[in-house]
Design a protein around this ligand. Sequence first.
Ligand SMILES: [Cu+2]
Length: 190
Amino acid sequence: MVALRSPVTVPPHRVGARRVAAALALLGAVSACACSAQSPGAVNYQPRTRELTVTTVPMLVKEGRTVYPFLATDFASGGVLEGKEVYAFSPSTLTVVEGDTVHFTFVNPEDDEHWFFLPDCTEEEDKESFVLPDCAVRLPGQTRTHATYVARHAGIYPFMCTVVRHVPMMQGQLVVLSPAAVAGRTGRGE
Ligand SMILES: [Cu+2]
């Protein structure tokens, strides 16, 4: 596991191509095996493709001031939300199994832009197997954005939006279970 980056120090425009390569320290390799170093239970798990839809949801944002009058104070100078707005990824915890291919559909229904950023994507390896254009995905307003990952290593991987106004509230975690942990029971009654 590589060290986490501070989201505040990683503005979206600097999330460049070098990290494309990087990403697959944790996610990557479409190729076969990820299986070689796994526990005995792994042999019973057949990696699969999972379709996940994640929506960016406004929670306590400036547009909400007419509904929640207290927000005027919160957003004002010295208020608890000065310089911030609260958005959420829904769902914010995503669970897959090592070896799975994950097809993300990100739905951003509002007009503000967001990013889906995995800070652990920092290793310069597996360039050839990287299946995303970058480990930070831009989510323009009122669009659907698709991205594909292959979950390469079990672990818990935080993700976040890098828009400074949305840090640190807009975040979540991608949980990649080891095949042994699920013992073949992964949502289809198996
Ligand atoms: Cu955001």
